[in-house]
Ligand binder design. Structure first.
Ligand SMILES: Nc1ncnc2c1ncn2[C@@H]1O[C@H](COP(=O)(O)OP(=O)(O)O)[C@@H](O)[C@H]1O
Ligand SMILES: [Mg+2]
Length: 328
């Protein structure tokens, strides 16, 4: 295995906020690697440092062995970037947008034309190559941005929330393109997302990031294995009591969140009647009960004690308070 990206103790501060907090890991060549975490977790900051757009406060990283702080041009030539903010020219055609980018990278005309045609075919936009981007849907634009990011044949592609704001169907289609790319081109892809399903479906390995720290890193399967069995979720008007009764029972690990209580245990289906009986005996009212195989949402909850949505709400609150403090 060859290491494509090596990250060591990478840290970024903004005043007294540690946006990325001493992260270290390696990404193998050809891997689709996901940084999964709620809004404000530090995903974009990490990608910005790796792509040399933002200097780290401390720590180091290399892309294909090139140090991000010692050789910015070297790094930039070996990476493709598709970031959150739209950067296509609406008044140009798909082809012209690609061509403009190719000129920036000084790719000779003939090679440029070949590559543009090939990439537009890959993302199935070739038939629309002469249409203005302003006539494109959100999904088409994102596909064009990805194609453009690949024009100079980078060996590593950075995708910051590639499917943000797209409808589920378009999102599925885009996953298909990303997976095809990794397979056909053998490039390394590092993407950020706060969609659990996206990370699960697409990534070979995932680093879960929260408050700038990596709290777990493994393949989606192994992360879910760590939950230890199935998850039983109980809805009750009295979640506090539900939690205390279940905790006392020592059936499995108990979590309370968003008015629901979940227990993780092996062979859950064999314990359902016992759980129902236990709650009835203790006069705990139950509205609903369900069993499911662990998802990455459960993994996030397991490691942080919160759902990703709760964490996002918290991050927003922190930011609001911070802004208020700055104003006064
Ligand atoms: N330019 C900046 N100045 C101050 N704080 C910032 C800046 N950029 C990001 N942050 C803060 O750093 C944290 C991480 O942000 P970011 O990397 O954008 O998170 P994510 O991409 O995971 O949503 C957040 O708390 C955010 O408010
Ligand atoms: Mg971001």
């Amino acid at each position: 295995m060859t290491v494509a990206i090596h990250i060591q103790n990478l840290t970024r501060r903004y005043d007294n906020l540690v946006a990325v907090d001493n992260i270290s890991f390696d990404i193998e060549q050809g891997e689709i690697f996901g940084l999964l975490g709620p809004n404000g977790a530090g995903k974009t900051t990490t990608l910005s440092m790796l792509s040399t757009m933002l200097p780290p406060t401390s720590g180091t990283a290399t892309i294909n062995g090139i140090d991000i702080q010692k050789d910015e041009d070297g790094v930039r030539n070996s990476i493709g970037i598709v970031f959150q903010d739209q950067s296509l020219d609406e008044e140009l055609t798909a082809w012209e947008n690609m061509d403009f980018h190719g000129r920036l990278y000084r790719i000779p005309k003939e090679t440029r034309n070949e590559r543009i045609a090939e990439l537009l075919q890959l993302v199935e936009l070739h038939e629309r190559k002469d249409d203005l981007v302003k006539t494109f849907s959100g999904g088409m634009r994102r596909r064009l941005e990805i194609a453009r990011g690949l024009l100079h044949h980078p060996s590593v592609l950075f995708l910051d929330e590639p499917t943000l704001g797209l409808d589920p169907q378009t999102r599925n289609l885009l996953w298909h393109y990303i997976a095809t790319l990794a397979k056909e081109k053998g490039i390394t892809i590092i993407l950020t997302t706060h969609y659990m399903e996206e990370a699960d479906r697409l990534c070979n390995r995932i680093a879960i990031i929260d408050h700038g720290k990596i709290i777990a890193l493994d393949s989606p399967e192994k992360l879910k294995d760590r939950i230890g069995g199935d998850v039983v979720t109980i809805g009750s008007p009295d979640p506090e009591r539900t939690r205390s009764v279940l905790t006392a029972s020592q059936l499995g690990r108990v979590e309370q969140h968003e008015g629901k209580v979940s227990v993780s245990l092996r062979n859950a289906e064999q314990h359902i009647s016992a759980i129902v009986l236990l709650l009835a005996e203790n006069q705990v009212p139950v509205d609903s009960l369900s069993i499911h195989k662990p998802t990455l949402e459960d993994v996030f909850l397991f490691f942080t004690g919160k759902t990703i949505r709760e964490q996002e709400a918290d991050n927003k609150e922190t930011m609001r308070r911070h802004q208020k403090m700055m104003r006064s």
